[in-house]
Design a protein around this ligand. Structure first.
Ligand code: HEM
Length: 406
């Protein structure tokens, strides 16, 4: 039997509802216990940095819920949607997942330097357009087109017109929403995204190209072409939506001291790397990840306390955002401090599923912020346009954030 802590300060539902700012709830949970049972959501909530790191490094916790799901909860009929969600390596464990993750890791590390220059140029063009217009929506005019361009170059996708770009943006958002547990009823867009990547894979005619799709074909150890299509959908959505949020929710953090950040970057261009790192920590684009206990177990305790007993099949929701604001690891945790060192944030997760796109994602955030700071002498919130929110409680950030550049 699980024991509900009397007067537990927050449930999963509370935490997901407070996606715009859950820090007070995280603080209350962390002060109580770093791993708390939520009887309403029937899952463990993890908010401490050390507990998060340990659980993500512990092979007794797995990412594939179907291994521990009771038979009645397994779908009798497979659809493309259930395949597309379940076969993504993000929800599997073992040699196939390791091979795909490794293929992404090697490919992106290899091309990181070659991509940095062109990506800086893309960001400069977008920033320059804003300067010329005197206005910039941080999402629609910058973070969205930049993240689309970046992931398209990473994957080796052909140039597309604005209409196609808007469609791909929508489809990838829908897929990321479904994957992150924020369900939507209209799933046709997932089928369309699958059709798009099936055509991209077919266009290579079995000859691996010099890009991420090629790396999946060559080194992914995947079962068949359909498997390649699904991992492409995953990388496209996982790589795009997170970058959009890092920038869309990260740049607003710079607005109150825009001139000061400009001065710092001008005097010390190398500081951009650490600023990007700190933006990733403060924003934490993937707010939480889930794991499932593969066996009955007892967690090691912290601070002399006994760790909780966890039952096989229990869901554990790890709030990376809470870990990244844990005051026992990060002094003044909500402040953006480019000089923060060390910065052991968990924005890319940790352990066997740690984001294999981290190297390129860091470059993306760095060059995008650098281009904006160098190009725009001023950037401030539009006085007559309130920012709008994307409702996905995990990956959603600002949907629109209009600024004036003069
Ligand atoms: C700011 C940008 C990004 C953030 C914050 C981010 C965050 C994450 C996190 C937290 C995970 C771990 C999920 C888990 O443990 O369950 C992950 C996994 C993954 N990410 Fe990223 N990501 C970013 C960019 C990218 C990019 C650019 C790519 C690829 C082009 C990418 C591809 C992947 C893949 C393939 C996985 C699955 C790895 C596995 O399950 O083995 N990500 N990402």
């Amino acid at each position: 039997m699980h024991m509900q802590l009397s007067g537990a300060p927050a449930t999963l539902e509370d935490l997901t509802a407070a996606y715009a700012d859950a820090h007070a709830l995280y603080d209350a949970l962390r002060a109580r216990d770093r791993v708390t049972w939520d009887a309403t959501g029937r899952c463990w909530l993890v908010t401490g940095h050390e507990a998060t790191r340990r659980i993500l490094a512990d092979a007794r916790f797995i990412s594939d819920p179907t291994v521990v799901a009771p038979p009645a909860r397994r779908p009798a009929r497979r659809s493309f949607l259930s395949d597309a969600v379940q076969r993504q390596v993000i929800f599997t464990d073992g040699p196939r997942q390791e091979a795909v993750r490794r293929a992404v890791l090697v490919e992106l590390a290899r091309r990181q330097e070659a991509l940095a220059g062109p990506l800086l140029e893309v960001a400069r063009v977008l920033a320059e357009r804003g300067r010329a217009r005197g206005e910039l929506d941080l999402l629609g005019d910058f973070a969205i087109p930049f993240s689309m361009e970046a992931i398209s170059r990473i994957m080796g996708l052909p140039e597309v017109d604005e209409e196609e770009m808007a469609r791909l943006e929508r489809w990838s958002t829908t897929f990321a929403n479904i994957t992150s547990g924020y369900l939507q009823v209209d799933v046709t867009e997932v089928v369309q995204l699958g059709d798009y990547f099936r055509a991209q894979v077919a266009a290579r005619g079995g000859t691996p190209s010099d890009d991420l799709i090629g790396a999946f074909l060559r080194d992914g150890g995947l079962d068949d072409e359909e498997d390649v299509v699904i991992q492409c959908m995953m990388a496209f959505a996982a790589g795009r939506v997170t970058t959009q949020k890092a920038l869309g929710s990260g740049i607003p953090l710079l607005l109150p001291s825009w001139g000061e950040w400009r001065r710092q970057i001008a005097e010390n261009p190398g500081s951009g790397r650490r600023l990007a790192e700190e933006i990733l920590r403060v924003v934490t684009p993937t707010r939480y990840v889930a794991r499932y206990a593969a066996e009955d177990l007892r967690l090691d305790g912290e601070d002399g306390r006994e760790g909780p007993s966890i039952r096989r099949g229990d869901r554990v929701v790890l709030f990376l955002e809470a870990a990244n604001h844990d005051p026992s690891v990060f002094a003044d945790p909500h402040a953006l401090e480019a000089a923060r060192r060390p910065n052991p944030h968990l924005a890319f997760g940790s352990g066997s599923h740690r984001c294999p796109g981290a190297s390129i994602a860091r470059v993306e955030v760095q060059v995008a912020v650098q281009a904006l700071l160098e190009t725009l002498a001023q950037l401030r919130p539009h006085p007559h346009a309130a920012p709008a929110w994307e409702p996905n409680p995990n990956l959603g950030g600002y949907a629109s954030y209009r600024c004036l550049c003069a």
